[in-house]
Design a protein. Structure first.
Length: 147
């Protein structure tokens, strides 16, 4: 028993407290305090994640910036005929006059290249879409003809 008291004093206190009548109350208080601390930590972690998300959104480049950078990179990769500053200027003007989004990267670069080359731009024409019913009917007819 002396060895336990000498080397494991905290353990002996715990064992002594098990016999005490207020052990359950003490344990409940400790559990409540631990729960409060956990809630504070969870709130702090949630706040940190929220701040990270906001900073990611703030630091995300706009569609305009992404399109211009892409156009500059692609045009300078294939041609030495144009200065970077002129590519940027044409890209800015074209972006302001056109209706481009980040998904139009390829078309935007083509349009910038056309303007730089002095070619006339055609108006954007959306391809005709075939309705799903017409397409299914076409597929059914073509499979029947092959059988």
């Amino acid at each position: 028993m002396n060895v336990a008291k000498k080397y494991y004093l905290n353990l002996m206190k715990t064992i002594d407290n098990i016999d005490a009548s207020d052990y359950d109350r003490t344990r409940l208080v400790e559990i409540e305090e631990a729960n409060k601390l956990m809630k504070k930590d969870i709130c702090k972690q949630s706040d940190i994640e929220h701040e990270r998300t906001i900073s990611k959104i703030k630091n995300k480049p706009s569609d305009k910036d992404m399109l211009i950078k892409s156009a500059v990179a692609k045009i300078t990769a294939v041609s030495d005929d144009f200065k970077v500053s002129s590519i940027i200027n044409v890209s800015k003007e074209l972006y302001e006059t056109g209706n481009y989004s980040a998904t139009d990267e390829k078309q935007f670069t083509r349009d910038v290249m056309k303007v730089l080359s002095g070619k006339k731009m055609r108006s954007k024409k959306k391809p005709d879409r075939i309705s799903k019913d017409v397409m299914m009917q076409f597929l059914d007819n073509s499979t029947q003809n092959t059988n």
